[in-house]
Write a new protein. Structure first.
Length: 378
């Protein structure tokens, strides 16, 4: 039976979770919104870019994903579901993408559809409220609709259910300043958006995975004007219930492969330098900095395979309780490091995280944890 929605932090005992689906994942659609979102990674790990310096001629291309990778991801997700269930966690799965749903269209653009795999991204659960966040990738515009039956069930049980304003997402909606100023590989600046009759300037776009939940405090990564507008909305909407703390350009967008809270007083971070970006109260917490990942932790891919994440993706772990963590079984260095710090590690297979752009935290949306709106920063 589904419990009432209740999730305030990243570590309290987990009771219910939504786990994403990879069914009918076919390809990545390369266009402006996708290239901007994955800019830091595709400029370092993939060449060539498909776009040109004059974005009026910017093309849309499909980057096919090999069927073997998709089948193995589906297997790994099923294995993750079994691991969670063995720990007493109820696992909910979204609707699957039907093969007949090939494209979505709005006033301003059309895009292919991808399945609801990284369900953390487009939803923020804060206490008893579901907040659907405004997407940053066009192909994911309606992704939360795959979760509608689950959200409706929580709503019937008393949850609040809010949808943030949806962006028009013309080319002019995107702030390219981070992509244009960041260090990377072979890429071109994004300076000339294709005009549209629906241009309204920069719009709010922000993902739930840009937020670190700490009881009544929320750490939000802001790297673009789009993020700033989304954070402004969250501050207004949550006033009196949660405190917002902005960190600036900790990453391009998501922060859950940069920093995760494993329990009160303990952070898992990519490097000690992460602390410099955090609020002063968080700098007093213990930092676990695991050894750098080794190349043999990852599959070997062909030159035409599009790699979406850095090798640090496996820091994207999922806490089941303050002392139990799900970790990719391909990462013995990370597992040993966490065990030395007193955690029980549950190894789970996840092979193609760099192809699909997500780890265990990305693939899940925790809806019921035992914790409450505590103050962990005073």
């Amino acid at each position: 039976m589904t419990l009432r929605l209740n999730s305030y932090d990243e570590w309290s005992p987990l009771r219910e979770v939504i786990l994403g689906s990879a069914t009918n994942y076919i390809s990545h659609e390369r266009e402006l919104s996708w290239d901007l979102f994955f800019h830091d990674h595709i400029t370092r790990f993939y060449y060539p870019r498909v776009s040109t310096p004059d974005s009026s001629t910017r093309s849309v291309e499909q980057a096919p994903i090999k069927q073997r990778y998709i089948e193995e991801l589906v297997e790994d997700l099923d294995g993750m579901a079994k691991a969670l269930e063995s720990l007493g966690v109820a696992v909910h799965r979204p609707l699957e993408l039907d093969t007949s749903t090939a494209e979505i269209s709005t006033l301003a653009w059309s895009a292919a559809v991808v399945p609801p795999l990284n369900v953390r991204d487009n939803t923020l659960v804060l206490g008893d409220e579901i907040i659907e966040t405004p997407p940053m990738i066009r192909s994911r515009y309606f992704e939360t609709q795959f979760l509608t039956p689950i959200f409706a069930d929580y709503f019937r049980r008393g949850a609040r259910w809010t949808v943030m304003p949806r962006p028009l997402m013309t080319d002019a909606s995107f702030d390219p300043s981070y992509a244009n100023s960041s260090q990377g590989g072979p890429t071109e600046p994004v300076k000339y958006p294709t005009p549209s009759p629906y241009d309204v300037g920069f719009e709010m776009m922000i993902d739930g995975a840009q937020c670190l939940r700490l009881g009544e405090d929320l750490i939000v990564n802001v790297s673009t004007e789009n993020h700033k507008l989304g954070c402004d909305w969250l501050e207004n909407h949550l006033a009196g219930r949660f405190r917002i703390h902005r960190v600036h350009r900790l990453s391009d967008s998501h922060i859950d492969s940069m920093v995760l809270a494993l329990r009160p007083g303990t952070l898992l971070v990519r490097s000690p330098a992460v602390a410099d970006y955090l609020p002063e109260a968080l700098r007093k917490w213990d930092l676990i900095v695991p050894p750098p990942p080794k190349s043999n932790n990852f599959p070997t891919y062909d030159t035409d395979d599009l790699v979406l994440t850095s090798p640090f993706i496996d820091l994207n772990v999922l806490s089941v309780s303050p002392d139990t963590v799900l970790v990719n079984d391909a990462c013995p260095e990370l597992m040993n490091c966490l065990e030395r710090h007193g955690f029980t590690v549950v190894p789970v297979r996840h092979r193609h995280r760099r192809i699909f752009g997500g780890g265990f935290h990305c693939f899940t949306l925790d809806t019921v944890r035992e914790g409450g709106p505590e103050n962990y920063l005073s």
